[in-house]
Design a protein around this ligand. Structure first.
Ligand code: PMP
Length: 464
């Protein structure tokens, strides 16, 4: 389901490329095609641009992996890392130890949170964070004397990571097939993609009602007392940039409240301004019990993730750790001083430079320019909010279908775009856009002009 553009468009493979083929196993890559085509070697970054080993410059329209909010050459983050390295390059947070960088950033995150949160727990990646949340939910249910309340519900096409537990939450076949996943206790409910899943004559609001009814039916079928939590991205990212239909979140939250099911907002992509508010939970009036943050938390200059827990979640966990003697969980590098120092400086920059506001304003321009492509024969749906967007490609608009082989059209347009100097990502036949939050209107225009050119060129070659 998640298809990357595995193409370098280069006939000659450099020494670095052949060493990469020889010695390096890649994530999310077809190892066999990689061996023949080699990698795209990226050597440097500047603002919204990256450059390859041949000096070719690209607009990084995915901000790396939905993550480099402040762009690729932010000296202040380098300085923050250096300062921390020189003062205290490492310390841990186990057994009552702490350090200033972690304390300061924990306070920053609690202050920023859109709902009252009690504590922050630091981890290193989105997957690790979701994995930890699952464990903490089980621990909490045990603490509350509800040992059967352990099942977790996520959604088809949701993305929550790749560890055994978080990949189970992920609702994409590509993350399950071949891995013997998902594990027990993880269930999936319907994907709220109105354009694709809505029935004839069904309004967006009626569709949202049906999605909430699907969730309620699943909870009832499994037994309400057995469901611990619902995990969801406010806007689905890696599943194809799926924006919730009108009234969806209000209706979903009513069901969760009715059955005492906790809500985990996976804001790994949405957090820190992406949707035009600091958190998408504000954009959609979501009141999560747990928030999972990563990626733009440090602009990915350092690996970092954070879990924000409200008191409903934290208090029973605290009691249980007291009963058992200690919380038997924690990662060596969790809350690494360099990572949290970079995170803090990154949040300072996002606020000082009004990047959240930029995501709203320049984001509206991006959405409007992309919406202008709706009439293009290859465009099925344009969707998005703030500075995240998806362009679903089709060859038959009425049937909403693309070429016979899924992902082929998306790959073709994505490859053309790469030739034109734009790195995007095709998720099947959906092109995703998630540029750095520092992008300006003129750069958006250059980007969308390239998209138009790539669509026209692909249309032309399909005709011939
Ligand atoms: N949750 C969401 C919403 C994500 O988009 C991702 C990564 N794309 C993850 C979790 C997993 O993060 P990581 O790759 O850092 O493990």
């Amino acid at each position: 389901d998640v298809t990357d553009i595995g193409d370098t468009m280069s006939n000659s493979i450099s020494q670095q490329g052949s060493d990469d083929i020889a010695f390096h196993m890649h994530p999310y890559t077809n190892a066999i095609t990689h061996a023949s085509q080699g990698p795209l070697v990226i050597t440097r970054g500047d603002g919204i641009y990256v450059e390859d080993e041949n000096g070719k410059k690209y607009i990084e329209a995915m901000a790396g992996l939905w993550s480099v909010a402040v762009g690729f050459s932010e000296q202040r983050l380098v300085d923050a890392a250096m300062r921390q390295m020189q003062t205290l390059p490492f310390y841990h947070l186990f057994t009552h130890k702490t350090h200033e960088a972690a304390v300061r950033f924990a306070k920053t995150l609690i202050d920023l949170a859109p709902v009252p949160m009690s504590k922050v727990f630091f981890t290193n990646s989105g997957s690790e964070a979701n994995d930890t949340v699952m464990k903490l939910l089980w621990y909490r249910s045990n603490a509350l004397g509800q040992p059967n309340k352990k099942k977790l519900i996520a959604r088809h096409k949701g993305y929550h990571g790749v560890t055994i537990a978080s990949a189970s939450l992920t609702g994409l076949p590509g993350n399950h097939k071949g891995f013997d996943l998902p594990i027990e206790r993880v269930l999936h409910t319907t994907c709220p993609h109105y354009w694709r899943e809505g029935k004839d004559g069904e309004t967006e609001e009626d569709f949202a009602t049906r999605m909430a009814a699907d969730l309620e039916a699943l909870i009832q079928k499994e037994g309400p007392d057995t469901i611990a939590a619902f995990f969801a991205e406010p806007v689905m990212g890696a599943g194809g940039v799926i924006v919730p239909p009108k009234t969806y979140w209000e209706k979903i939250q009513a069901v969760l409240n009715k059955y005492d099911v906790l809500l985990v907002a996976d804001e790994v992509i949405c957090g820190f301004g992406r949707t035009g508010k600091m958190f998408a939970s504000e954009t959609y009036d979501i009141k999560p019990d747990v928030m999972v943050l990563s990626k733009q938390i440090s602009s990915s200059y350092q690996p970092l993730s954070a879990i924000l827990l409200n008191s409903r979640m934290f208090d029973p966990i605290a009691d249980e750790s007291n009963k058992l003697g200690v919380l038997g969980h924690g990662f060596t590098a969790g809350g690494h001083p360099v990572a949290v120092a970079v995170g803090q400086e990154n949040v300072n920059i996002i606020r000082e430079r009004n990047l959240v506001q930029n995501a709203a304003v320049t984001g509206a321009h991006l959405q409007q320019r992309l919406a202008g492509l709706s009439d293009h024969p290859l465009v099925g749906e344009v969707r998005g909010v703030g500075l995240i967007a998806g362009l679903e490609l089709v060859t038959d608009k009425a049937a909403k279908t693309a070429l016979a082989s899924p992902g082929q059209l998306g790959t073709a347009v994505g490859r053309k775009l790469q030739e034109l100097g734009v790195i995007t990502r095709n998720i099947g036949d959906t092109l995703a856009f998630c540029p750095p939050l520092i992008i300006n209107a003129e750069q958006v225009d250059t980007l969308v002009d390239a998209v138009t050119q790539a669509l026209d060129a692909t249309q032309q070659s399909l005709r011939s």
